[in-house]
Design a protein around this ligand. Structure first.
Ligand code: AMP
Length: 420
């Protein structure tokens, strides 16, 4: 072991498990690529203010969990705690919204950082795949995103997840509700921290998981009863489109999510096999975010799905993904000349797209065959001096143990035929 270990709250992805993470990312991205979303990549860190203004100064993400630092040049940066603010910043910077083709649909995949108390499913470095549809107000777009996330989870074979859905209203009706809620909350017995939250961000109090708080929230005014007609109609349309698409959801009037920028549609995907960190993904509409970070009015909607928790959800449901074989053919040279000849064949097979590996380090037959076995290869190519003198290599089926000589110039065809 080295003197060093992965920092607290982080873990390394190593083979063979790492292949699952790649497969999950691919499965989440596939429906997006198929629906007009283009790939975007932004830096791992941004100006800290992008997040404090966008995500919200009073949120846990910004006030407690952000890795913020000052560079030697005096610039205040933060490791990105989430993807939406950066993607919108990049879209505005590149003027994508001015190209006359709204919505701008983007997807991304990457690492995010939050200084949280680590536990199963909650890490300080985690990975998300996300999607944003920027610049259009249309309930079909909200529905599209939820349908695509549902499709991604279903193709992975997941079934024990639920979709929670809510509307947070807009700049017309939410302030009225906020006042009403604040009035109600001020009358409760709350600790000092929570009382402060009532003043800064009362909606977040609804999200408090503690029983002492939840108990008192019975009878709290619900946003549903305060939605303006436009928000109500919009939300109804999203619900109808989801139902028509056969996507089941649950209305959850208390779903507020931990980021300030959400308006109207908000949703969360929760998985029932994950214990306390049950949210596998979430998102919503953020019609005001662009203006909050200095851009024009650009109503938008998006989500991010957590890759780490999706892998945990697969494990909880006992799902084994069918992963492509990493190695189809493994070459075992016996002696110097065979080493050169087989190395040449390996290169030829690889160039032809056959997943091939080679026994390095001058191992003997026994050791080399052990490596061939471990590689999971379906076939081994074995050659010694006598084979080469006859112009052949032995093609061995690792499952049946059968072995037959194949002429050197016919190896590629023989391998292809058998793998087909
Ligand atoms: P959020 O932006 O907080 O809704 O996060 C979206 C998704 O990212 C969550 O549903 C999780 O799957 C994942 N996620 C957020 N924070 C963490 C974390 N600390 N560790 C692992 N996954 C996380």
């Amino acid at each position: 072991m080295s003197t060093f270990q992965a920092p607290k709250g982080t873990y390394d992805l190593i083979p063979p498990e790492s292949a699952k993470y790649l497969a999950v990312r691919e499965a989440i991205a596939a429906p997006l690529k198929n629906s007009g979303y283009g790939y975007i990549e932004t830096p791992g860190f941004e100006n800290v203010e992008l997040f404090s203004r966008g995500v919200g100064e009073s949120t846990d993400i910004v006030s407690k969990e952000m890795y913020a630092f000052e560079t030697k040049g005096g610039t205040k940066l933060a490791l990105r705690p989430e993807g939406t603010a950066s993607v919108l910043r990049a879209a505005l910077q590149a003027n994508l919204h001015k190209l006359g083709n709204l919505p701008v649909k983007l997807w991304y995949s990457g690492s995010y950082y939050r200084y949280e108390r680590p536990q199963k499913g909650r890490y300080r470095h985690f990975s998300q795949v996300g999607a944003e549809a920027i610049g259009t107000e249309d309930p079909a777009l909200d529905a599209e995103l939820i349908i695509l996330a549902d499709q991604a989870y279903r193709t992975l074979g997941l079934s024990q997840f639920r979709i929670l859905l809510n509307s947070l209203g807009d700049k017309e009706c939410r302030p009225v509700y906020r006042d009403a809620l604040q009035g109600f909350l001020r009358g409760l017995e709350l600790d000092e921290d929570t009382r402060r939250r009532v003043e800064i961000n009362p909606l977040r109090v609804l999200d408090d998981k503690r029983a002492v708080v939840q108990k008192q929230l019975v009878g709290a005014p619900l946003l549903r009863d305060y939605l303006c007609d436009a928000c109500k109609a919009y939300h109804e349309e999203v619900r109808e489109l989801l139902t028509a698409a056969g996507v089941a959801y649950q209305d959850d009037e208390k779903l507020v999510r931990g980021l300030d920028y959400y308006t109207r549609t908000t949703f969360e995907f929760v998985h029932d096999g994950l214990g306390s960190q049950s949210a596998v993904g979430g998102g919503g509409r953020y019609d005001g975010l662009s203006e909050m970070i200095g851009g024009p009015a650009l109503p938008s909607v998006g989500w991010a799905l957590g890759v780490d928790r999706t892998v945990l959800a697969l494990e909880a449901e006992g799902i084994e993904l069918e992963l492509p074989a990493t190695t189809s053919v493994f070459a075992v040279p016996l002696g110097e000349e065979a080493r050169r000849v087989l190395f040449g064949l390996v290169t030829e097979l690889r160039r032809a797209g056959v997943a091939t590996d080679f026994s390095y380090g001058g191992k003997g037959l026994k050791g080399a065959m052990k490596s061939a076995n471990r590689s999971g290869a379906r076939y081994a190519l074995v050659a010694g001096e006598r084979d080469l003198a006859e112009g052949v290599v032995q093609l061995k089926d690792m499952q049946s143990g059968e072995q037959s000589p194949v002429a050197l110039d016919a190896v590629l065809d023989a391998v292809r035929e058998r793998l087909a």
